[in-house]
Design a protein around this ligand. Structure first.
Ligand SMILES: NC(=O)c1ccc[n+]([C@@H]2O[C@H](COP(=O)([O-])OP(=O)(O)OC[C@H]3O[C@@H](n4cnc5c(N)ncnc54)[C@H](OP(=O)(O)O)[C@@H]3O)[C@@H](O)[C@H]2O)c1
Length: 327
């Protein structure tokens, strides 16, 4: 059931100064791949993505629930369904948040990163990941130690490339310099970036690009807020409707919904959905290399990839969008 035409449907962008190209849309497994989720749905989402040319799947040690279970789900799909396609896939994982109890299961020590990647490889059933990230900057561990561990991981062949996530400007520059001094070029910076969260644009885009890294934008749909789904309230079963969700009902303010409605009108004028326009905006020229989406059902992935049918913006559209976002 693998579509022979899958590579005709996707745009691939070079990641920074590397030789690696990433799809304009990548798929993350932060939500909906845990032990409590339907395995059949997970499998269908991965197949849908791969058949649309989404070659990059992003994990982290702690995705679940429980932590680790999303990597296990992905590992099972890779083993049972996609074993012969390993060389057509870019699989990433990360360590940096709490994973196991005690002083060695969190943050950015060499001890934690090395052990965590070994555990991730076991859960994923892989010999190596394509990209391994430091998931967050550990202010109490010298950057030389964290970056030294990343460099050694590449030298050991456990990751082909390494990246950083959520680093500030100064640490981004330092991290890149340390890695380069160790003979490793950092591939990528994973940052939160969407129409509703443009901090990264000002803070780290320039530095990351100057250091030769690509930018991959996580939560490009603001966890679903940048779609039409919350305009008429919180639908049952949506992320904001779930208990202990990272998308809090209180964060869906009247001001945000007002902006969503106005942005939707621009999207309609472009003959696309707001989700499609929000993703196209995230990967517009000079912005991110790839928009790292999440999904709860295959139909969302299908809708989102269709953004490629109208990915360009006129100068007038960009000004109108800015006006709404800054209003
Ligand atoms: N580095 C980091 O620290 C970090 C942090 C967060 C995330 N990430 C990465 O980024 C990935 C994506 O994060 P995210 O899931 O928050 O991304 P997102 O794309 O902003 O939100 C995805 C959610 O939006 C809804 N959605 C998606 N397409 C839709 C559509 N066409 N129409 C209506 N609703 C739609 C779905 O939620 P419903 O459940 O409501 O359907 C979906 O689960 C994660 O999986 C992870 O890999 C990294």
């Amino acid at each position: 059931m693998i579509d022979a035409a899958r590579y005709e449907k996707m745009l691939y962008n070079r990641c920074g100064l590397s030789g690696l190209k990433l799809p304009a849309i990548s798929l993350g497994i932060w939500h909906n791949y845990g032990d409590t989720d339907s395995y059949q749905n997970c499998k269908e989402m991965i197949f849908t993505a791969f058949n649309l040319g989404i070659t990059h799947i992003d994990a982290a040690n702690n995705y679940g629930p429980p932590p680790g279970s999303a990597e296990k789900t992905l590992g099972r799909i890779l083993k049972e369904e996609l074993k012969s396609y390993r060389d057509e896939l870019v699989i990433s994982t990360k360590a940096g948040y709490t994973m196991w109890p005690g002083p060695y299961g969190d943050w950015g020590s060499r001890k934690y990163l090395m052990a965590s990647l070994d555990q991730s490889l076991q859960r994923l059933g892989l010999d190596y990941v394509d990209i391994f990230y430091s998931h967050r900057r550990d202010p109490l561990t010298p950057l030389e130690e964290t970056m030294g561990a990343l460099a050694d991981i590449v030298k050991q062949g456990k990751a082909l490339y390494v990246g950083i996530s959520r680093y500030n400007k100064e640490d981004t520059k330092k991290a890149a310099e340390i890695l380069k001094s160790l003979g490793i070029r950092p591939l990528i910076h994973q940052v939160r970036y969407s129409m509703f969260d443009r901090i990264a644009e000002k803070e780290v885009f320039d530095t990351s690009y100057k250091e030769g890294m690509g930018i991959i934008a996580f939560c490009p749909l603001e966890q679903g807020l940048l779609t039409d789904k919350y305009i008429a309230g919180v639908p049952s079963g949506s992320r904001a409707d779930k208990e202990n969700s990272f998308l809090k009902k209180e964060s869906i303010t009247d001001d945000k919904i007002d902006k969503v409605i106005k942005l939707s009108q621009i999207a309609q004028g472009r003959n696309q959905s707001l989700a499609q326009m929000a993703l196209a905006w995230t990967v517009r020229e000079g912005a991110a290399v790839s928009a790292l989406i999440g999904a709860s059902k295959p139909s969302q992935i299908i809708e989102n990839v269709k953004m490629l049918e109208h990915a360009q913006f006129t100068a007038e559209e960009l000004i109108a969008i800015d006006k709404i976002l800054n209003g």
